[in-house]
Design a binder for this molecule. Structure first.
Ligand SMILES: CC(C)(COP(=O)(O)OP(=O)(O)OC[C@H]1O[C@@H](n2cnc3c(N)ncnc32)[C@H](O)[C@@H]1OP(=O)(O)O)[C@@H](O)C(=O)NCCC(=O)NCCS
Length: 166
C-alpha cells in the first residue's frame, strides 16, 4: 500500500461520488433504509451539491493508494462557532478500513484545521455507526451533543456531535 492524502481540484469531485457509491451501502445497510440511503446520496453527493460546496470554500481531499482513489476527507468552517472547523465527511473503502488509515485521515484533518487557525474540530456521526464512533473516540473526539435532525421526506439524521481540541 502507498497511501497518500491530497487536496482535490473541482474536476476531481466525481471520484468522491464513485467511492461514496461503494462505501455508503455497506456502511449504512443495517442503519438506514435503502430509500434513505438513496435520498441522502443525492442530498450530499450530487455533482451540483459538491460543486457548490467547493465554491463555498469547503475543502475536498482524496485518499489514494498509489493512483487509486480509496477514500475522501471533506472539511470546512463550522456555521455555529468561529473557533471550530467541521469535518463533513471521512470515508474509506471497506477493504481499506481497520488498518489505521482512518486515524491517519483524522490526524490530517486536525492538522489542516489547526493550520487554518481553528481550535476545535467537530463532526456528526450516526449513533448506530459503532465503527466510526470507535475510530473517532480513539482519536480524541468526545460526544458533546445528541441531535435528531429532519432532512426532508420524513427522514431523520440521528447523530452524535463529537468534538476534539486541536
Ligand atoms: C470511520 C473510518 C474512516 C475509520 O477508519 P479506520 O481505518 O477503520 O479507523 P482506524 O484508523 O481507527 O482503524 C483502527 C483499526 O485498525 C487497526 N490497525 C491495524 N493496523 C493499524 C495501524 N498501523 N495503526 C493503527 N491502527 C491499525 C486497529 O487495531 C483498529 O482495529 P479495531 O477497530 O478492530 O480496534 C472507516 O472505518 C470508514 O470509512 N467507515 C465507513 C464510513 C464511515 O462510517 N464514515 C464515518 C461517517 S461519520
Amino acid at each position: 500500500m502507498d497511501i497518500r492524502i491530497r487536496i482535490l481540484d473541482k474536476p476531481e469531485l466525481a471520484l468522491v461520488r464513485r467511492v461514496a457509491d461503494v462505501v455508503w451501502p455497506v456502511t449504512f445497510r443495517e442503519i438506514l433504509s435503502p430509500e434513505q440511503i438513496a435520498y441522502m446520496m443525492e442530498m450530499m453527493y450530487a455533482p451540483a451539491v459538491m460543486e457548490r460546496e467547493y465554491d463555498d470554500g469547503i475543502s475536498f481531499y482524496g485518499v489514494f493508494d498509489g493512483e487509486k482513489p480509496v477514500g475522501y476527507l471533506i472539511w470546512g468552517r463550522s456555521d455555529s462557532a468561529p473557533d471550530t472547523a467541521k469535518l463533513h465527511k471521512c470515508y474509506l473503502l471497506p477493504e481499506y478500513q481497520g488498518k489505521g488509515i482512518g486515524s491517519m485521515m483524522l490526524n490530517e484533518a486536525k492538522a489542516y484545521a489547526k493550520e487554518a487557525g481553528f481550535a476545535k474540530l467537530r463532526l456528526h456521526v450516526n449513533r448506530n455507526n459503532a465503527k466510526a464512533i470507535k475510530a473517532y473516540a480513539r482519536n480524541g473526539f468526545q460526544t458533546v451533543a445528541t441531535v435528531d435532525k429532519p432532512i426532508g421526506n420524513g427522514f431523520f439524521m440521528n447523530d452524535y456531535v463529537m468534538e476534539v481540541e486541536i
